[in-house]
Design a protein around this ligand. Structure first.
Ligand SMILES: [Zn+2]
Length: 80
């Protein structure tokens, strides 16, 4: 049995968002618009942030656009 390559996708409550990004060391990147949705490439902000996942040690994000979150789940679960 192979262990899947992703850890988890988290839905994050808005009030925890900045704390989460801060704990990841990514708060500055979030606030300055340097993070992108892994699906559509839009800039992730505190307003459109939807989900976060870890893929092969890399942290990826998903915006709140319709369709992105479902594609994101597939993308994140993909084995390479
Ligand atoms: Zn998106």
């Amino acid at each position: 049995m192979r262990k899947e390559n992703y850890e988890e996708i988290q839905a994050v409550h808005p009030s925890d968002l900045l704390r989460l990004f801060e704990s990841l060391g990514l708060k500055q990147q979030l606030l300055s618009g340097q993070l992108e949705c892994a699906v559509c490439g839009d800039v992730i902000t505190a307003d459109n942030f939807r989900a976060i996942a870890r893929k092969q040690g890399e942290i990826i994000f998903c915006c709140s656009r319709a369709g992105c979150s479902s594609l994101f789940a597939v993308e994140s679960a993909e084995e390479v």
